[in-house]
Design a protein around this ligand. Sequence first.
Ligand code: 16G
Ligand code: MG
Length: 568
Amino acid sequence: MVLERLLVMPETIFLNFVDMDLGAITKYSALHAKPSGLILQYGTAGFRTKAEHLDHVMFRMGLLAVLRSKQTKSTIGVMVTASHNPEEDNGVKLVDPLGEMLAPSWEEHATCLANAEEQDMQRVLIDISEKEAVNLQQDAFVVIGRDTRPSSEKLSQSVIDGVTVLGGQFHDYGLLTTPQLHYMVYCRNTGGRYGKATIEGYYQKLSKAFVELTKQASCSGDEYRSLKVDCANGIGALKLREMEHYFSQGLSVQLFNDGSKGKLNHLCGADFVKSHQKPPQGMEIKSNERCCSFDGDADRIVYYYHDADGHFHLIDGDKIATLISSFLKELLVEIGESLNIGVVQTAYANGSSTRYLEEVMKVPVYCTKTGVKHLHHKAQEFDIGVYFEANGHGTALFSTAVEMKIKQSAEQLEDKKRKAAKMLENIIDLFNQAAGDAISDMLVIEAILALKGLTVQQWDGLYTDLPNRQLKVQVADRRVISTTNAERQAVTPPGLQEAINDLVKKYKLSRAFVRPSGTEDVVRVYAEADSQESADHLAHEVSLAVFQLAGGIGERPQPASDGEGTPH
Ligand code: 16G
Ligand code: MG
């Protein structure tokens, strides 16, 4: 069949495909054979499923990364991780030239390629090259990283097989956090201007900015300088341990769930803490001590503490975004620059955070669909775009023009203004501009708290979260639910949004929405209201409406019990 196609192709394309060693591809593909009938989707953050089903996907993503690299004439990243998911799972995602998530049309190619049966694989590969006008004679370079899962090493080897068989060059970074791989890709495609594409380059860039920044802090008591970090038994522990001595002048970190005994993401990590609203196992917390949790690949962070009465308080992505954007705004006022700052959230952002940002801080807030790529994209529209999901994914982006302006101000302005410009310059260096990064966010937060002399309680006290509840509902086909207005309104099935509107009216300060999950076969329900009881009732009632109107299967949704059914 391939020969048939080649004969009818124009000459240039014909020459092009001679550059694919189809025999070798077939041979190697057979060594990474697809279990027949298995269908997977390139979801919100790549492919994710049980590790034993992923060998062929890894090989094929190696192939795809080479095509993407040839097309963009840039280095492409491949990260092997399943983030906060259980240890038995794994996953893979491609990183585009400037550290962003893969372009949507290529996500579709990824899904087609991963699902092609063995005998169709070559055809799909050729189709993608054709559609995307890939010049196969172009060189390709792919960088690879992996998390600490037992399955990750072998799976990343399969990626390498895919890269090599298509003639791509590669560099295997081995163990890396996801944001570190994004950083490497970004550095390599910007000619080293952003930083050095090595792990030391990353440590040095961030630590230098952090140490310079915290030198300016007048409050230097121990209280500001020590932090407990739950590393989810993942890669964050390894990397933080390596990095610790680079920034120890400014901060001492005590690591928990460092992978020496516990299981990855089990009863610990950012996802566990956020969903269950309780501290991770294996961490002893004294009252008012500042603690944080990373997820399994260290691209999410949440903070928390116990108050004097032993009550647990969570400080999620929304409050992190608030702290960061208010500090940035203060610095800009000091420098006298009127740059436009925007904060980007999703529908999951607590209503109190949105209100605080808009009404108290007077910062414009925008809402996008769930998933880092949507927030990242929106944040790029501003001079300074701060984006965070409530679950702790986020960073701040600075346009190149802003970065240059600030660097100039740091040289030119007089004393006080100059100091503020210098701080901003350090903050720009400290944020990972390529992706939300738990390590980088942690250092920014620690620096801001020290500079402002804020305790964790004072930070928490900026506003009070509205009680909320999240549930999931099983339906026969979650695609029957479609949404609009950044997932805040359901368009189909008919009648669902009207039902939600009627339910919401029954409670004070209430809000609710439903959306099909991008990572699991469920519909997610979110509700918030003036009391926990109301939020729980509302979430339950909305779940029943989804069950009835969107083809619920299995047991009817039950009222929430603590920590049940929480998402991502
Ligand atoms: C993925 C996304 C995360 C999002 C979550 C939503 C990235 C790197 N990760 O984990 O941002 O919050 O999916 O999951 O984009 P859901 O669609 O199942 O609710
Ligand atoms: Mg993650």
